[in-house]
Write a protein that binds this ligand. Structure first.
Ligand SMILES: [Zn+2]
Length: 357
């Protein structure tokens, strides 16, 4: 009975996620007004809203205007139903299972919103992060709190640095404009000092730069052309500097992750976003992906890195196949995250035995 219940619940939640994906990016209410046909605007009745089945029964067309309905709607419903079913096979009926349902629902919504808009709404990424940390703190599920927090910071820090180096290459090593009061510059600075002096000091110095930037209205930070090239140098020379390499790397990632997630939260909570001015700098990876990666770290711990690996692999493969120039990375991260959540340990063990370990 439990898997069947999970499947039906997933289909219904999937139907709701269609509304979220459609309306949330436009800032529309998710509860009101009731669903309408996007073509003719006719209000949909209960018989039109049965997940998957209505679509099949109506032959993929609107009952009122006869125009085709996007197959995306039944697809999202079937996908969510399938994911809930998968979760029900791993978790018995429990609060934990409900948390996993929420984890999966948020990832489905994020993936499809990113596909549509190339954006990952802060409410959903930080919601996923917060829910993961809260579940860890209250239930030690899916991880003990320490591991969840470390996972979030390490994962966000790693992707923030990848984005930093990607951006530097795209700008051909030209210095980017530093944001006031906080932006990627502080993240890179935190990483450098985190590697040298430990994550606490790294974060403290970067927060100090953030505070000074806010106070003076000017960017008070070290340039990326200093911090980004110095970081790998420090890590390479760790033994010569009297540092332990794994500790230095950990310090860099933790500090960078702390700044990336705190800075992202600052920009998310700022009441009025400023007008975009001037040309946008080329970015390799958006900070939306960094926040999503941090959220995955809270749920998966170090297995988030396996998820990232799977995401890059799937993204590269599909990018080559579809020959798209601009591809959103969020759907791949979500996919990799789900795969690593359910099969991470099994995949890791298979990989080790393949290596002969
Ligand atoms: Zn219609």
């Amino acid at each position: 009975m439990w898997p069947l219940f999970a499947l039906v619940l997933g289909l219904l939640v999937g139907s709701f996620l269609n509304v979220v994906v459609h309306r949330l990016p436009k800032g529309e209410s998710i509860v009101f007004p009731p669903s309408r046909c996007p073509r003719c605007g006719h209000r949909l009745g209960p018989m039109d809203l049965v997940p998957v089945l209505s679509y099949l029964a109506l032959g993929g067309r609107c009952r009122y205007c006869g125009k085709p309905i996007s197959p995306r709607y039944p697809l999202v419903e079937a996908l969510t139903g399938g994911l809930f079913l998968l979760a029900s096979l791993h978790y018995p009926p429990s609060l934990e299972a409900l948390l996993v349902f929420a984890f999966l629902s948020l990832l489905v919504a994020l993936a499809f919103i990113d596909l549509d808009t190339f954006e990952l709404p802060d409410g959903l990424t930080y919601g996923l992060l917060l829910l993961g940390l809260l579940a860890a703190a209250l239930l030690a599920f899916p991880l003990p709190f320490g591991e969840a927090l470390d996972g979030a910071l390490l994962a966000a820090g790693a992707l923030a640095l990848i984005a930093g180096y990607g951006g530097l290459f795209l700008r051909r090593f030209q210095e980017g404009k530093a944001e006031v009061p906080v932006g990627p510059h502080q993240v890179h600075m935190a990483a450098l000092f985190g590697a040298l002096l430990g994550p606490g000091v790294g974060m403290a110095l970067a927060f100090l730069a953030w505070g000074l930037s806010g106070r003076t209205g000017k960017a008070v930070v070290l340039p990326d052309r200093v911090t980004l090239p110095l970081l790998p140098l420090v890590l390479l020379l760790a033994p010569a500097l009297g540092l332990d390499f794994p500790e230095a790397l950990r310090g860099a990632l933790l500090a960078a992750g702390g700044l990336a997630l705190a800075g992202g939260l600052y920009w998310a909570l700022r009441p009025a976003p400023p007008e975009e001015e001037g040309e946008e700098e080329p970015v390799a990876l958006g900070y939306g992906d960094v926040k999503l990666m941090g959220a995955l770290g809270a749920w998966l711990g170090l297995y988030a890195f396996l998820g990232l690996f799977l995401a890059v692999f799937a993204g590269a493969l599909l990018g080559l196949l579809l020959r798209q120039r601009k591809i959103p990375f969020g759907p791949y991260l979500a996919l990799g995250g789900v795969a690593a959540f359910f099969f991470g340990e099994a995949l890791w063990r298979a990989y080790l035995s393949w290596l002969g370990l």
